[in-house]
Design a protein around this ligand. Structure first.
Ligand code: ARG
Length: 460
C-alpha cells in the first residue's frame, strides 16, 4: 500500500532501496523540538485567523505536547516508512487525535516546515557557539593577565624572531575568537526572518498571518519571497563558514600547543586530564586532544565544501538534494563544540614553563632589532646602516658563540665606534619587550591594558 501522507496517486509502496535513500528520520529526528514548536505556532495562528476551530486547535496542541514528551523521554517510535521528522510527528498526531490532525497541514508544506525547523536549530547552535567562544576568551584572558610579563620568543617562519610575552600571544587568540563572535552576531542578524507560510513555494491563498507565526517563533518578521524562503540555505552555509574559520583558529592554537609541549620546546605542560599515554613507551605524554582539535578542522571545512557543492547547481525552489544539508551541519555543530571545550580546558589547565620560554626568547640573537633601533635613536644612523652594523655584530657573536649582551664593549666598538655602554640596557629580552609600547605592541603594560579593555567590553 502507498504512503499514508502522499500515497493517494500511488498504486504501490516504495522499493526498499527508495526508502533507504529517501528517509531522513535517522538524523532529522534531532529537529523534533523545533518541528513541534513550528507546528504549535502554525496551529495557533490558523485558529487565530479562523481557519481552524478552537476545538481542533486545542486537540492539536495537546497531541503535540504528548508527542514532545514521548520523544524527550525516549518513548516515541520513529518510523523509516514515515520518512522524516515532519511526517513522523504528523502521522503520530493522527493516531493520537484522529482527523483533526489532518487539518494542521493547511497552508503549509514540508518545504517551509523544514526551512523554519532547520533555521531555528541553527539559530540555537549559533547561540551555543557564542557561549563557548566567550568561555574560551575568558580562559585566554586569565592566562594573558597571569603572563603579561612572561617573555617568550615571537616567531616568524617558526624561527625565533623577536621577544614577545606569553600574555601578548594569548591576546592574539582573543582577537581571533572575538572576530568569530562577531561573525556569529552577523549571521544571527541575517537569519532573523521566518520562512514559515511560504508553503510549498508560491505562498498560499489562505488568509494566514505570517507576522504572527514569525513573532511566536522568535523572529523579527517573515521572509519576503516565498521562492527564496524554501530555497535558501545561506543560514546553514553561514554556520559552516563561521565554524570553519573558527575551527581554523582553534587548529592553529592546537598546533602551537603540540609544538610547545614537545620535550624540545618544553614551553607548556599539558595537564594529565588533557593528555594520553602510550601503550608501549612508558615515558610518553601525548597531546592527543590538541591533535584532535587540529583534525576536527578538516572535517568541519569538509562540511562547508560539501554543502556549498550540494547547493551550487540547484534550480529554484526546493529539491530533495537539500535534505543533505543537515548531517553536515549537525556534525559541525557537535565537533566544533567538542573542539572548543577541549581547547578551553587545555588553555585553562596547561602549565607554563616561564624559564624555558625566557631562555628560548634570548636565543638566536633575538634582540638584534633592538640594537639596530638603538643605533638609530642614540647615534642618529639611518635604519639601513644600523641594520648593516648590527649584522656585523651578530656575525661576531656567532663566531664567538656568545649572546649579543655577552660581547664586551671594546669588541662592539671595534665593529662601530658609535656603540656606547648604554647599549647593554637594550639587549636583554625584558628591555626588548618593555620597549614595545606602540599601540598593539607586546610591552607588559600594553598587555595589561588590553586585558582590561576586553574585560570591560565583555562586561558591558
Ligand atoms: N525531509 C525533507 C528535507 O529535509 C523535508 C522536505 C521534504 N519536502 C519535499 N517536498 N519532499 O528536506
Amino acid at each position: 500500500s502507498g504512503n499514508e501522507m502522499w500515497g493517494g496517486r500511488f498504486a504501490s509502496g516504495p522499493d526498499a532501496i527508495m526508502e533507504a535513500i529517501n528517509a531522513s528520520i535517522d538524523f532529522d529526528k534531532r529537529l523534533y523540538e523545533e518541528d513541534i514548536a513550528g507546528s504549535l505556532a502554525h496551529a495557533e495562528m490558523l485558529a487565530g485567523v479562523g481557519i481552524l476551530s478552537g476545538d481542533d486547535a486545542a486537540k492539536i496542541r495537546q497531541g503535540l505536547e504528548t508527542i514532545r514528551r514521548d520523544i524527550a523521554e525516549g518513548r516515541f517510535e520513529f518510523r523509516r516508512d514515515r520518512e522524516d521528522i515532519h511526517m513522523n510527528v504528523e502521522a503520530r498526531l493522527a493516531e493520537l487525535i484522529g482527523p483533526a490532525a489532518g487539518r494542521l497541514h493547511t497552508a503549509r508544506s514540508r518545504n517551509d516546515q523544514v526551512a523554519v525547523d532547520f533555521r531555528m536549530h541553527v539559530r540555537a547552535a549559533f547561540r551555543d557557539l557564542d557561549r563557548a567562544l566567550l568561555a574560551l576568551i575568558e580562559a585566554l584572558l586569565d592566562r594573558a593577565e597571569e603572563h603579561a610579563a612572561t617573555v617568550m620568543p615571537g616567531f616568524t617562519h617558526l624561527q625565533a624572531a623577536q621577544p614577545v610575552t606569553f600574555g601578548h600571544h594569548c591576546l592574539a587568540y582573543v582577537e581571533m575568537v572575538a572576530r568569530d563572535r562577531s561573525r556569529v552576531a552577523d549571521a544571527l542578524a541575517r537569519l532573523d526572518e521566518c520562512p514559515l507560510g511560504a508553503a510549498a513555494l508560491a505562498g498560499t491563498g489562505f488568509p494566514i498571518d505570517r507576522h504572527r507565526t514569525a513573532a511566536a517563533l522568535g523572529f523579527s518578521g517573515p521572509t519576503r519571497n516565498s521562492l527564496d524562503s524554501v530555497s535558501d540555505r545561506d543560514f546553514a552555509l553561514d554556520f559552516l563558514a563561521t565554524a570553519s574559520i573558527c575551527a581554523t583558529h582553534l587548529s592553529r592554537l592546537a598546533e602551537e600547543i603540540v609544538i610547545w609541549s614537545t620535550p624540545q620546546f618544553d614551553f607548556v605542560r599539558l595537564s594529565d586530564s588533557f593528555s594520553t599515554g602510550s601503550s608501549i613507551m612508558p615515558q610518553k605524554k601525548n597531546p592527543d586532544a590538541a591533535e584532535l582539535v587540529r583534525a576536527k578542522t578538516g572535517r568541519i571545512n569538509g562540511s562547508l565544501v560539501s554543502l556549498l557543492t550540494v547547493m551550487k547547481g540547484l534550480p529554484l525552489s526546493y529539491s530533495k538534494d537539500m535534505q543533505e544539508d543537515k548531517e553536515q551541519v549537525f556534525d559541525a555543530i557537535d565537533n566544533l563544540a567538542l573542539a572548543l571545550a577541549a581547547i578551553t580546558g587545555m588553555v585553562r589547565d596547561m602549565g607554563v614553563n616561564a624559564q624555558k620560554m625566557r631562555a628560548a626568547a634570548g636565543a638566536g640573537f633575538s634582540t638584534a632589532t633592538d640594537l639596530a633601533d638603538f643605533l638609530v635613536r642614540e647615534a642618529g644612523l639611518p635604519f639601513r646602516e644600523a641594520h648593516h652594523v648590527t649584522g656585523r655584530v651578530v656575525a661576531l657573536a656567532e663566531e664567538r658563540r656568545v649572546a649579543l649582551e655577552a660581547l664586551p664593549l671594546d669588541a662592539l666598538k671595534a665593529v662601530d665606534e658609535r656603540i656606547t655602554d648604554a647599549v647593554y640596557s637594550v639587549l636583554s629580552v625584558d628591555a626588548s619587550v618593555a620597549s614595545r609600547t606602540s599601540f598593539g605592541g607586546t610591552a607588559p603594560d600594553n598587555v595589561r591594558a588590553q586585558v582590561a579593555f576586553w574585560r570591560e567590553r565583555l562586561a558591558s
